[in-house]
Structure formats: C-alpha cells, structure tokens
Ligand binder design. Structure first.
Ligand code: NAD
Ligand code: UDP
Length: 213
C-alpha cells in the first residue's frame, strides 16, 4: 500500500540508487527515479518498472526539474574514476549545478533533501581513519579534482541552503561500497579484487596492504 509520500531519487538507476529505489518501494513510498543513464542502464531498475508506485524519468540534473515531491535523494554523479574522468567538465557540472537544482527544487516544495557525498572529500588524507571533523587534503587541479572538488562544493551548497534557506538536509560521506549490480569494470579496489579472484588471477595489492581506504 502507498504511504502517500513521494520520493525523488536522482541517479536512481545507478548501483546504489537502484537499491535505494527498491528499499523505498518496500517501505510504501512512491518513487520517482530520475537518471540520464550516463553510468548506468535501465536494466538496473527493469524489475521495478511494473510497480505502479515506481516512475522512471530520463533527465540530466544539470537542467532544472519541476516536480512535486516530499523527499529528495541526490545520488546523481558518476562514482568510478573510469566514468567520472571520461567527461570531467560534465562531472563537475553534475555535482555543482545538479546540487543547485536539487536544492532549488527542495526549497520550492519544502522537501527534505539528501546528498550522497564521498570519502573523496578528504582527498589524499594525512589522517587515517578520517574523522568527520577532518577538512581534507585535496588537490584542486588534478585528474580526480572534478569529482573531489565537485562533491566538496556540493557539500558547501547543502550547508549554505540550510543556513540561508532553512532547508532540512542530510549529507552522507559514503566510503567504498560494493554489492550486486556494481559494474565489473568499476575500477575500484573491492570489485578489482573480486574480478581478479573470479578470473583466477593474482590479486593486486595496493601499496603495502595496510591502508584502510
Ligand atoms: P553509479 O555511477 O552507479 O550511479 C550514479 C548514477 O547517476 C548513474 O545511474 C548515472 O547514470 C547517474 N547520473 C550521472 N550523471 C547524471 C546527471 N547529470 N543527471 C542524472 N543522472 C546522472 O554510482 P554509485 O556507485 O551508485 O554512486 C551513487 C552516488 O554515491 C554517487 O553520487 C557517488 O558519488 C556516491 N558514492 C558512491 C560510492 C560507492 O562506493 N559506490 C562511494 C562514495 C560516494
Ligand atoms: N529549480 C529547479 N526546480 C524547482 C525549483 C528550482 O530545478 O522546482 C532550480 C532553478 O532553476 C534554479 C535552482 O534550482 O536554477 C536554484 O533555485 P533557487 O530558488 O534556490 O535559486 P534562484 O532561482 O533564486 O537562483
């Protein structure tokens, strides 16, 4: 049965987004999944299409979006280096302009809004493991900067919309996550280990193997 609450999941066809859509539907929410399929395919949410409480919309969050919802989860952003370095300018736009549009939407409809941030906001950290109070050590001009700095700017926007417009926000700094529907060529450490193990290849140890991330 529907709870009557409408939830927008931006980036909802991605690895994490598709699981979130599933979970929200199980909890009785109406789910609007918005995605431009830059780093995912419709296949991730194919099994949800028949659900009358699920709606799929092809849309790029760097363009304004006018819909009526009660909650917003913003996960729209390519997460793996292979994907986010393919078109770095679009990656920064997605994080920054995408955040502005999601926050503007949240402000207009008075919705709670969640941002999927990342451990990458700590950059190349000098403290291990990183406490939330650590501000990071980030290169603003490198190959990873489009992702790291884009996500940092998105966090700034979220906290300024909270201070300036009284928005209800949540920001989660997600660390490496793995599981079903993760792209086999994602390029991150856990999927690399799994793919190498499945192929019977030697495992590539990063550094001396003592790192926590
Ligand atoms: P993913 O690439 O599978 O999902 C991202 C989704 O966003 C994809 O479906 C992609 O098509 C969509 N997208 C990209 N640009 C868009 C745009 N301009 N407009 C609309 N949709 C767009 O990645 P994921 O692993 O599911 O990550 C989801 C979120 O969580 C991302 O914001 C990512 O930065 C964050 N995150 C993930 C991890 C992890 O370990 N997976 C770690 C830290 C943070
Ligand atoms: N926006 C949107 N959907 C909405 C409301 C706003 O996409 O329902 C976009 C809008 O186009 C603007 C951005 O969100 O570019 C920020 O909106 P806000 O109202 O905070 O700022 P302003 O319009 O004053 O620049």
């Amino acid at each position: 049965m529907s709870s009557g609450k409408r939830v927008l999941v931006a980036g909802g066809a991605g690895f994490l987004g598709s699981h979130l859509c599933e979970k929200l539907l199980t909890r009785g929410y109406d789910v609007l999944c918005v995605d431009n399929f830059f780093s995912s395919t419709r296949r991730n949410v194919e099994h949800l299409i028949e659900n009358p409480r699920f709606e799929l919309m092809r849309h790029d969050v760097t363009f304004p979006l006018y819909v009526e919802v009660d909650e917003i989860y913003n996960l729209a952003c390519p997460a793996s280096p292979v994907h986010y370095q393919f078109d770095p300018v679009q990656t920064t736009k997605t994080s920054v302009i995408g955040a502005i549009n999601m926050l503007g939407l949240a402000k207009r409809v008075k919705a709670k809004v969640f941002q999927a941030s990342t451990s990458e906001v700590y950059g190349d950290p000098s403290i291990h493991p990183q406490p939330e109070s650590y501000w990071g050590n980030v290169n603003p001009i490198g190959y990873r900067s489009c992702y790291d700095e884009g996500k940092r700017c998105a966090e700034t926007l979220f906290f300024d919309y909270r201070r300036q417009h009284n928005l209800q926000i949540k920001v989660a700094r997600i660390f490496n996550t793995y599981g079903p529907r993760m792209h086999p060529h994602d390029g991150r450490v856990v999927s690399n280990f799994i793919v190498q193990a499945l192929k019977g290849e030697d495992i590539t140890i990063y550094g001396d193997g003592s790192q926590t991330r």
